[in-house]
Write a protein that binds this ligand. Sequence first.
Ligand code: ITT
Length: 191
Amino acid sequence: KKICFATNNAHKLEEVREIIGNRFEIVSLKEAGFDGELPETHETLEENSQEKAAYLFEKLQIPVFSDDSGLEIVALNGRPGVHSAHYAGDRDAQKNMAKVLDEMEGFTSRGAQFRAVITYVDGAKELQFEGVVPGTIAMEQYGEDGFGYDPIFFPEGADVTFAQMTAEQKNEISHRKRAVEKLAQFLNSYL
Ligand code: ITT
């Protein structure tokens, strides 16, 4: 059964496809013939996730899901959070990380979490699935892999950042993995 993933972020698409494997067929926006922006007008991951999925379902009329995610840093009162993608103005991961490290200067308490909120919509059902991975913010960047804030995030219990892990290693423990597994469990019993 085909499900469209409502994302313009190629990294998310790749991660989710690896996590889902051959359990379900994940169709990209492009493959679904959708070419455009997804609305994100709210101040919470839950609302933006719902908004993207509901908008795309309206357009496509096939089962869809979205992922709204972000890095929530305790010392920054949860920022960058819902503003993670555009924290330093534009979609520039280097500038975003520089801004976070700058704001964290002098903080010894560096607790944070990545959080992903997936929304599934098919016209009959609308459900959300959350995934969280706790960790800490590094003092500088380590590693080149992954995307976004991966070079400055040490997941709890690891001595390397997400960007120093292989895709497989990150996908075993990530917030996205945890949310996608809940989605897959639901789809297994439902589709
Ligand atoms: P779509 O809305 O099209 O899905 P987006 O990148 O705009 O793509 P979000 O609005 O959910 O998605 O923003 C999520 C941002 O949070 C993302 O751009 C990264 O900066 C950060 N982020 C989320 N998951 C991450 C991960 O696994 N590793 C590193 N950074 C991540």
